[in-house]
Design a binder for this molecule. Structure first.
Ligand code: GDP
Length: 434
């Protein structure tokens, strides 16, 4: 999938464009406390094309207006550019050409990647002031007014023009698709080798693909799996050799292709922001999740206590995720991952009738009435299952758009409890009946 980076000074409208591109639905976990995430990566579907967009907004806010963008370039946005196949360079038509724009342009010219110059905020701006951007050397600027949604379709047409049409996305795979994700050096490769090295595991020949992650089909105790290995272990006999380097996009792709994600965290390092970002990606994608705190060997009791306190603090908002303390190196606790993986998978795929869901809804409403809005009580009528992996429960009623978040969460928890949905996100959606 092509990757497009949105680059530009702060406040030129990158995030607005990003939202227009991804038409991002309100993020499910956005209001959960304790989860710091960058919202930089989005999927864009436009006609029969699709690509990944990286928003560098909110990062590198160090522009001093005088063209000194060293700090800017030192930040993640800089790394984002290197992951990208092409760049959408956004400038502010109202502000006119600034020295920082010129600096960024100079840098972009050194990259040798296609650059699309977008003059944003063009509404009510004189043609002449747009013309000055022509001098940046990226050809005719593409005018948009992102906050009004103007010019966005034309822009998408232009940037997708040379992209291939999207084919069937996921590789043909059998059984449960299991992605092993985590920061570099947390022990992913070691875990992959451990999982595949077990006596009871039969690893099948891997097709010689050059995909980002390596897809490894295997069988264990009569069950089929495909392991999605983001660390890039390629089996040579029993010794795995790491062949690929870390990339966020690879991780995102693996999450998307997976049924269950195992997030590996290094106990020696503690739980760091990047771990939480990855958790956020998996939650956003609605994937079933198991957390493996690795390198639990050779920790002092004090260190163990500290990590446990941190776990309570950082993961309190996802009490339904099973956390394992393991040593991939020595194998301790690794076998116990499987039951949790299956539980999470089964929960993510669970089936239930409309009548049962509706019955539970009615009981929940009886136990705790929804509030009144404008003198009328919100009515919730029935519920049905709208999807799997993640499970989606759709609740129909009147004035559901006025339903407070706290009540939505109450219902989610009721369903979670009744069905013992361990290990999977649960999406509860509301439909307003006319
Ligand atoms: P990856 O980058 O996530 O694939 O990490 P690796 O699997 O390459 O592991 C990074 C380093 O951590 C290596 O030196 C491993 O030997 C070490 N390591 C991995 N798992 C464990 C573990 O459970 N305990 C200890 N003590 N070291 C580990």
């Amino acid at each position: 999938k092509p990757v497009v980076a949105l680059i530009g000074r702060p406040n030129v409208g990158k995030s607005t464009l990003f939202n227009q591109f991804t038409k991002s639905r309100q993020a499910l976990v956005a209001d959960l406390a304790g989860l710091t995430r960058d919202r930089q990566y989005g999927d864009v579907f436009f006609e029969n094309k699709s690509f990944i967009v990286i928003d560098t907004g909110g990062i590198g806010e160090a522009d001093d207006g005088k063209g000194n963008i060293d700090d800017y370039m030192a930040t993640q946005s800089y790394t984002a550019i290197h992951e990208a196949d092409m760049v959408v360079f956004v400038v502010d038509a109202r502000a006119g050409l600034t020295p920082s724009d010129e600096e960024i342009a100079k840098f972009l010219h050194t990259l040798g990647k296609p650059v699309f110059l977008v003059t944003n905020k063009t509404d009510g701006v004189h043609e002449a002031s747009i013309a000055e951007f022509f001098g940046l050397g990226f050809g005719e600027p593409i005018p948009t007014s992102a906050s009004h949604g103007k010019g966005v379709t034309s822009l998408l047409e232009i940037i997708t023009a040379d992209m291939p049409e999207t084919l069937a996305e996921n590789p043909e795979t059998d059984g449960l698709k299991l992605a092993i994700i985590g920061r570099p050096n947390v022990g992913k490769s070691t875990l992959v080798n451990r999982l595949l090295g077990e006596e009871r595991v039969v690893v099948f020949d891997m097709p010689g693909t050059t995909r980002d992650s390596i897809y490894i089909p295997f069988e264990r105790e009569g069950r089929q799996y495909t392991l999605i290995d983001t660390a890039g272990v390629r089996r040579r006999g029993r010794i795995g050799e790491k062949v690929e380097k870390f990339s966020v996009i690879k991780t995102l792709q693996a999450i998307k292709d997976a049924n269950v994600v195992v997030l590996v965290i290094d106990a020696h390092e503690g739980i760091v922001d990047q771990d939480l970002h990855m958790l956020g990606y998996a939650l956003d994608a609605g994937r079933a999740i198991v957390i493996a705190i690795n390198k639990w060997d050779n920790l002092s009791q004090d260190q163990k206590d500290i990590v446990k306190i941190e776990m309570d603090r950082r993961f309190h908002f996802i009490p339904w995720v099973k956390i394992h303390l393991i040593s991939a190196l020595y194998g301790n606790g690794v076998g116990n991952l499987y039951p949790s993986i299956h539980k999470a998978y089964d929960a993510s795929m669970f089936k239930v009738s409309t009548s049962r869901l509706t019955q539970i809804l009615q009981d929940a409403v009886e136990a705790h009435q929804p509030p009144m809005v404008g003198g009328r009580r919100i009515k919730l009528r029935y519920a049905h299952l709208g999807g799997h992996n993640p499970p989606v429960i759709v609740i129909h009623g009147n004035q559901t758009s006025s339903l407070p978040k706290s009540y939505q969460r109450y219902l989610e928890n009721v369903y979670r409890d009744v069905f013992k949905l361990e290990g999977t996100p649960l999406h509860v959606e509301f439909k307003q009946n006319a």
